[in-house]
Write a protein that binds this ligand. Structure first.
Ligand code: KIV
Length: 273
């Protein structure tokens, strides 16, 4: 998958399928499962590192996990989510950090959440040949300044603002835009207006593609799971069952049994004796 394959999916009316990954085995199975885009999301903070906010991860953690993910992926497009503070303050720093995601992290594109200077920053990255995905609507990195973690664009004025943001990102050269937590009607309108694909999360069915946080889909989210995410399997209780079984088997001496042990050849055993 490359950026062109992704944009062509929109022209062919085929849905784009995107999920998050933060480690080698998950990325491996997403890739094997035919997922188009694997996002190394800054949701790493909440779902894997147990932090309260996505603003608490930085370039060091994101690069560390990007490397693990890109080692596993052979087909999908790996996108690195630029963390809070890595692209908003200084454009040169933003370019250098985006370059690190591509050169060191092994990603093939970066994602930026909307902020005041987002379109200009995206444009500068595109001018340097980088593939950039935008993110509008609910932008968790700045949610405290924009009214909290809630649905955005429910009234005409804020909906118009989000449409404007998405259009600015398209004009800046972004190859796709994530629409997070906006009414389905607004997402449908943006999807119709843009030539680039929209990828929805909590944005209804009319987007060109969908993304979820993989841990929500697998039932591995320990804390709050948003209303829009769906548990496609409940792995949490299965993991718990396996851990308890292991604890009981070790405690009772049932594990390790002969099938999971090594033995010396008899002659070596007698020599040792
Ligand atoms: O970090 C993340 O997981 C994201 C998705 C919710 C799009 O940005």
């Amino acid at each position: 998958m490359n950026v062109r394959d992704i944009t062509q999916k929109k022209s062919r009316g085929e849905k784009i399928v995107m999920l998050t990954a933060y480690d080698f085995p998950t990325a491996y199975f997403l890739d094997q499962g035919g997922i188009d885009i694997v996002l190394v999301g800054d949701s790493l903070a909440n779902v894997v590192l147990g932090l309260e906010s996505t603003t608490e991860v930085g370039m060091k953690e994101m690069l560390h996990h990007s490397k693990a993910v890109s080692r596993a992926v052979k087909n999908a497009l790996v996108v690195g989510d630029m963390p809070f503070g890595s692209y908003q303050v200084d454009k040169q720093k933003a370019l250098a950090n985006a370059r690190l995601f591509l050169d060191e992290g092994g990603c093939r594109a970066v994602k930026l959440e909307w902020f005041e200077d987002c379109a200009a920053t995206a444009k500068a990255m595109v001018a340097e040949g980088m593939a950039v995905m935008g993110h509008v609507g609910l932008t968790p990195q700045t949610a405290t300044q924009t009214g909290g973690m809630r649905v955005q664009g429910k009234d005409a004025a804020s909906a118009r603002r989000i449409i404007g943001n998405a259009r600015d990102l398209e004009a800046a050269g972004c190859f796709a835009v994530v629409l997070e937590c906006v009414p389905a009607e607004l997402a449908a309108q943006i999807t119709r207006q843009l030539k680039i694909p929209t990828i929805g999360i909590g944005a209804g069915v009319h987007c060109d593609g969908q993304v979820l946080v993989t841990h929500d889909l697998l039932g591995l989210t320990v804390r709050h799971s948003p209303k829009f995410s769906k548990k496609f399997v409940d792995l949490g209780p299965l993991m718990l069952q396996a851990f308890k079984q292991y604890r009981d088997d070790v405690a009772s001496g049932r594990f390790p049994d002969d099938a999971h042990s090594f033995h010396m050849p008899p002659e070596e055993r007698s020599k040792l004796r």
